[in-house]
Design a protein around this ligand. Structure first.
Ligand SMILES: Nc1ncnc2c1ncn2[C@@H]1O[C@H](COP(=O)(O)OP(=O)(O)OP(=O)(O)O)[C@@H](O)[C@H]1O
Ligand SMILES: O=P(O)(O)OC[C@H]1O[C@H](OP(=O)(O)OP(=O)(O)O)[C@H](O)[C@@H]1O
Ligand SMILES: O=C(O)c1cccnc1
Ligand SMILES: [Mg+2]
Length: 498
C-alpha cells in the first residue's frame, strides 16, 4: 500500500486532533508519557439499522503505524505554533522527544473482512500512553470509514443476490482519500469492480465501466455513437440506451449488436440510467431475447442502494448487473460509523495493569474494562455467539455464561467444549514490530463472504434484523459491575450532605 508515501510525502503524524498533541505534551511534562496503557477501538451500534458490520481498514492502520514518525517538517510546524500569550505551545524538549519517538506498541486487531458486532474490540493498542493517545484519531478515521463502506457494500451485494455490483462512486465521494478508501472498502465488501482507476492501480482492484451520455451527445445520432463505440471496443460494448428515447435506444443497440455479430463479435449488453428501471429492463429483456441476444446483459444505474435493488428484485426486473455510486461511497443514509477508542487499563508502579471504566449516565456508554479478547463460537459452521473475555481468565469450557453488556438480565449459557471457536483479535504488532502478514485484497474480500455465510439470514436482513448474541464472560461482567459500583460509591461519598 503506497498511500502514505505517495500522497502525503512520508508523514501522516499530524493527521490527528490538536488535543491529542496537547495531551501528549502534558503526559510528557508530568512524566507519564511512557506509562503503559491499553486502549480499545469499538463501536456501539451497527450502521444502517443493520444487524452486522464488516471490519475494514487494518491494512491502512498497519501502514500508518509502520510509518508513525514525526519528520522535520512536522516538528518545524509544531515548533512554530504559538499560544494566546504569543509563546510557543510546545517546549523544545518535548519536540525533541517527539522527533525521536518510534512506534513501539503492541497491536491486536480483528482481521479485515471479519463480521463484527457492537462493543467488541476491533483494534486493541497497548503501549506508552503518549503513543496510544496520538493513535486515537487516525485509527478511528481509518477504521470508521472503511468499515462503514465495506458494510454498505456488503448490504448492497446481499440485495443483489450474487449478481455483480459495479462501484461507480468516485465523482460523488468525499474528496480524494474518501474516494480511494471507499473504492477499496466497496471491493472488500463484495463489489465486483470499481470505475476508480487510481484505486485499481493502488489496490489491485478490477476496473470496469461503460460510457456516458456525453459520448452519445457528441454524435449526430445515437446509432452513429453506438457504431463508433463498437468499432473502438468490439468485444466490450455496453450501450447506454436512455439518452433520448429508451426503447429506440434498445433498437439501436440491437442493430449494432447484429452488425458486431456479423463480424464474429458479441455486444456485452446495454445500460439503463433513468426512468422506471423495472419496466424498461423488462422491455429491454424481451426485445433483446426476441432479437437473438439472450446473453446480452442489462446494467442498471441511477441512485441505487440496497433498498431500491431489493425492491427491483421484488418487481422481477430483468437487471443482471448493478452500477452503484453515490449512495454506496457516501454511505448516504448514515455518513459515519460511531466507532470510539477508550482507555481500558493502565499499568501502575507495582507493574500490574489496573482495569479502568468511564462512568456514564447512559449504561450503553460505560466502557468494558481490562485487557480482553473475543471468541466466536460456531456450531456446525454457524456462528452462535461472541464472547468478550479477560485474556488472563479461564473460560469454563462446559458452562460459560455471557451477559449482554447493555442489559445484565439478558444472559446466555454456552458450552464452549462442544463448539468450534475462533479468537478474533490477532497479533499484529509486538513492541512496534509487525508480526502479521497482511492478506491480499482478494483474500480479504473472500473472507467477507465466508464470514457472512456463517451467520443466519435473520442477522443479515436489511430491515429489523435479529440481534446476534454478544456478551461479556461472567468474570468480565463482574469486574465491570464492581468497578461501576465502586466509582458510583465514591461519587456518592463526594456529594455534600443534604
Ligand atoms: N421500478 C422502480 N422501483 C423503485 N425505484 C425505482 C424504480 N425505477 C427507478 N427507481 C429509482 O427511482 C429513482 C428515480 O429517480 P429520478 O426520478 O431522479 O430519476 P429519473 O428522472 O428517472 O432519471 P434522471 O433524472 O437521471 O433522468 C432512482 O433512485 C431510481 O433508482
Ligand atoms: O447514480 P449513482 O449511483 O451515483 O451512479 C453513478 C452515476 O453517475 C453517472 O451519471 P451522473 O449521475 O453523473 O449523471 P446523470 O445522473 O445525469 O446520469 C451514471 O450514469 C450514474 O447515474
Ligand atoms: O462506467 C460507467 O458506466 C460509469 C462510471 C462512473 C459513473 N457512472 C457510470
Ligand atoms: Mg445520476
Amino acid at each position: 500500500m503506497k498511500i502514505t508515501k505517495d500522497l502525503y510525502q512520508g508523514s501522516l503524524a499530524l493527521l490527528t486532533d490538536f488535543y491529542q498533541l496537547t495531551m501528549a505534551y502534558a503526559y510528557w511534562k508530568s512524566g507519564k508519557a511512557e506509562q503503559e496503557a491499553v486502549f480499545n477501538l469499538f463501536f456501539r451500534k451497527h450502521p444502517f439499522q443493520g444487524g452486522f458490520t464488516v471490519a475494514a481498514g487494518l491494512d491502512y492502520v498497519i501502514d500508518y503505524c509502520k510509518n508513525f514518525k514525526f519528520n522535520k517538517e512536522d516538528i518545524d510546524y509544531l515548533a512554530a505554533m504559538k499560544g494566546k500569550d504569543g509563546q510557543p505551545v510546545f517546549a523544545k524538549g518535548f519536540l525533541d522527544y517527539l522527533s525521536e519517538m518510534r512506534f513501539s506498541c503492541d497491536i491486536d486487531a480483528v482481521e479485515e473482512g471479519t463480521v463484527v458486532f457492537p462493543n467488541t474490540p476491533l483494534v486493541r493498542v497497548k503501549g506508552p500512553l503518549i503513543q496510544c493517545q496520538l493513535l486515537e484519531t487516525p485509527l478511528l478515521n481509518i477504521i470508521n470509514f472503511q468499515s462503514l463502506i465495506a458494510t454498505k457494500a456488503a448490504r448492497i451485494n446481499l440485495a443483489a443476490l450474487g449478481e455483480p455490483v459495479l462501484e461507480f462512486g468516485l465523482r460523488r465521494a468525499q474528496g480524494i482519500d474518501g474516494g480511494l478508501a471507499a473504492s477499496r472498502a466497496a471491493y472488500i465488501g463484495g463489489c465486483s469492480s470499481t470505475s476508480n482507476v487510481m484505486a485499481g492501480k493502488l489496490f489491485g482492484i478490477p476496473v470496469s465501466g461503460t460510457h456516458a451520455h456525453s459520448w452519445i451527445m457528441s454524435f449526430e445520432t445515437e446509432l452513429e455513437a453506438f457504431e463508433a463505440y463498437a468499432e473502438a471496443f468490439p468485444d466490450q460494448s455496453v450501450f447506454l440506451v436512455d439518452t433520448y428515447d429508451t426503447v429506440n435506444g434498445i433498437k439501436n443497440a440491437i442493430k449494432v449488436g447484429k452488425a458486431l455479430r456479423s463480424k464474429g463479435k458479441e455486444m456485452l449488453g446495454i445500460r439503463i440510467d433513468s426512468g422506471d428501471l423495472a419496466y424498461f429492463s423488462n422491455v429491454a429483456r424481451e426485445m433483446l431475447d426476441e432479437a437473438g441476444f439472450p446473453d446480452a446483459k442489462i446494467v442498471a444505474s441511477n441512485d441505487l442502494d440496497e433498498h431500491i435493488i431489493s425492491s427491483l428484485k421484488g418487481q422481477e426486473a430483468s437487471i443482471n448487473v448493478w452500477g452503484v455510486g453515490t449512495k454506496l461511497v457516501t454511505a448516504f443514509d448514515q455518513p459515519a460509523l460511531g466507532g470510539v477508542y477508550k482507555l481500558s487499563a493502565i499499568r501502575i508502579e507495582d507493574g500490574t495493569f489496573v482495569p479502568k471504566v468511564k462512568i456514564s449516565q447512559q449504561s450503553m456508554k460505560i466502557n468494558i474494562p481490562g485487557i480482553h479478547n473475543v471468541k466466536r463460537y460456531y456450531s456446525k459452521g454457524k456462528a452462535v455467539a461472541d464472547m468478550i473475555y479477560l485474556e488472563d481468565q479461564e473460560i469454563n469450557p462446559k458452562a460459560a455464561l455471557i451477559i449482554d453488556p447493555n442489559d445484565p438480565t439478558r444472559r446466555k449459557r454456552l458450552m464452549p467444549y462442544f463448539y468450534q471457536e475462533e479468537t478474533l483479535l490477532k497479533e499484529i504488532f509486538r513492541r512496534g514490530e509487525l508480526q502479521y502478514a497482511p492478506p491480499s485484497i482478494e483474500a480479504i474480500r473472500e473472507r467477507v463472504q465466508v464470514q457472512l455465510g456463517a451467520f443466519d439470514k435473520a442477522h443479515k436482513r436489511l430491515v429489523n434484523p435479529h440481534i446476534y448474541p454478544v456478551g461479556l464472560e461472567e468474570n468480565l461482567h463482574n469486574l465491570r459491575m464492581n468497578l461501576v459500583l465502586q466509582a458510583k460509591q465514591t461519587e456518592d461519598e463526594d456529594q455534600p450532605e443534604k
